[in-house]
Design a protein around this ligand. Structure first.
Ligand SMILES: Nc1ncnc2c1ncn2[C@@H]1O[C@H](COP(=O)(O)OP(=O)(O)OP(=O)(O)O)[C@@H](O)[C@H]1O
Length: 355
């Protein structure tokens, strides 16, 4: 496995943690040894933060990789898988990555190991402790409502339980994911979204007065109705969530006949509904079936599928083009991103050939 060392420049494109995570997932899947340098060179504090370090160790544990450079703030890492991906029971704590703990995103650690475990025969359980609803990462509610349903449509058997919510800055949330592996992933076609069926609005709080939840929900509802959404299609729920420390967030999921998208805000006061609603409304007006975040996150499953995938996104982002670059470096697929039509086509070359 992994005869030559694949060199990956972490400063390419978006220059953030995604280059690292996608490379780790694909290294585990293909058995390819990698060296990543300039890690997160595009960020104010370059190098491995707690979440990235936890992702490195998580990826190493599922394929018995030997690693060097796995220290906090390291900008260069070598990762050499020594076995195929082993299904099993795994537990990762983002807080272990840094003295004093961390609210680094549990979702991003999970995404690093999810696909490798999901496409091998056998069952796995992954428990992750960390931030579950923190900025610049998929809230776990997004994984539940948007990302995992797409994976299920592609043939993956994955369920998630959110036991405890972990907000910024304390983190400490807890999720458990059960996976029944299926090596035969189906390609994905999301070219049209169909009619709007429902807009689900979730106003969530932990250890805060009920008025905050009620206000977030009613502000969001007024904003959506003010933009012409039919009241019968807007479903607002207040959620009182277990968690170590207080926190709040607003999550909006427009569900169309063929796809679901997700928008959120963790802001305070009137800003929270404004942020989440304006993103959701802009998406609705774009007519696209796939939101920009899902657009980068489904590239990984799509490049591992048996058939070609095609989808239309609301915006082409640097995250998407950067992910496409990493996938092509591994030789796993041809990725065509059309900036005009906003169509992404992923033509897998077959991962078995990589071994
Ligand atoms: N609100 C959101 N909803 C869903 N997904 C999101 C949201 N915000 C960010 N993401 C996703 O989270 C991932 C973030 O990747 P990125 O490399 O920017 O993060 P990171 O590892 O935290 O690194 P860095 O600190 O280097 O930015 C991307 O897949 C992006 O689509």
């Amino acid at each position: 496995m992994g005869k030559r060392l694949l060199q990956i420049d972490g400063s390419f494109g978006e220059g953030g943690g995604q280059v690292l995570r996608t490379a780790l997932s694909l290294a585990a899947i293909t058995g390819q040894a990698i060296r990543i340098f300039n890690i997160r060179a595009g960020r104010k504090k370059p190098g491995l933060a707690a979440q990235h370090l936890t992702s490195v160790r998580a990826a190493a544990s599922i394929c018995s990789a030997s690693i060097s450079g796995d220290t906090l703030n390291s900008t260069c890492l070598e990762f050499r898988p020594s076995s195929t991906v082993m299904p099993g029971t795994y537990s990762f704590n983002v807080g272990d990555g840094r003295a004093g703990g961390s609210a680094g995103a549990a979702s991003l650690v999970l995404q690093t190991v999810l696909l490798p475990l999901a496409i091998v025969e056998g069952s796995s359980t992954v428990h992750v402790i960390g931030g579950t609803h923190v900025p610049f990462s998929p809230p776990i509610s997004y994984l539940e409502h948007v990302y995992l349903p797409v994976l299920r449509n592609m043939g993956l058997n994955v369920t998630l339980d959110l036991h405890t919510w972990g907000w910024n800055p304390k983190g400490g949330g807890s999720i458990e994911v059960r996976i029944v592996g299926n090596p035969n992933l189906q390609g994905l076609k999301l070219l049209e979204r169909g009619e709007l069926k429902m807009v689900r609005v979730i106003a969530a709080t932990t250890k805060l007065p009920d008025e905050i939840k009620t206000r977030m929900g009613s502000d969001a509802e007024s904003s959506l109705l003010g933009h012409g959404f039919d009241k019968s299609l807007v479903d607002v729920k207040g959620l009182t969530c277990p968690g170590l420390a207080s926190g709040r967030g607003l999550f909006i999921f427009p569900e169309y006949a063929h796809s679901t998208a997700g928008f959120s805000s963790l802001a305070h006061g009137a800003k929270v509904a404004k942020e989440a609603c304006s993103d959701m409304i802009a998406f609705h007006e774009s007519g696209a079936p796939v939101d920009e975040h899902l657009g980068d996150q489904i590239m990984l499953p799509a490049c591992l599928a048996m058939q070609e995938s095609e989808y239309v996104v609301s915006n082409i982002t640097l995250h998407q083009t950067t992910n496409a670059w990493v996938i092509e470096l591994f030789g796993l697929a041809e990725v065509v991103v059309n900036e005009d039509s906003k169509k992404v086509s992923i033509i897998p070359k077959g991962r078995i050939a990589q071994r």
